[in-house]
Design a protein. Structure first.
Length: 62
């Protein structure tokens, strides 16, 4: 897989790491091409401890 994107809450009670090992236990969703259905990346959605309205997406360095 080529790319990883982490969608993390801003201003949460805890600091989130841009890794799959973050303490919030982010869920991963594979991204595939439409034509070949080959995996090209992964989106990790981090869980907020407190409800928030601001989110940011950051690419994981690979």
């Amino acid at each position: 897989m080529a790319s990883f994107v982490h969608v993390m809450p801003l201003d949460d009670v805890i600091g989130h790491e841009g890794t799959p090992d973050c303490v919030c236990g982010p869920g991963g969703q594979p991204v595939e091409t439409v034509a070949t259905r080959e995996p090209v990346g992964m989106i990790y959605h981090h869980h907020a401890v407190r409800p928030c309205s601001l989110w940011e997406a950051s690419a994981e360095a690979r």
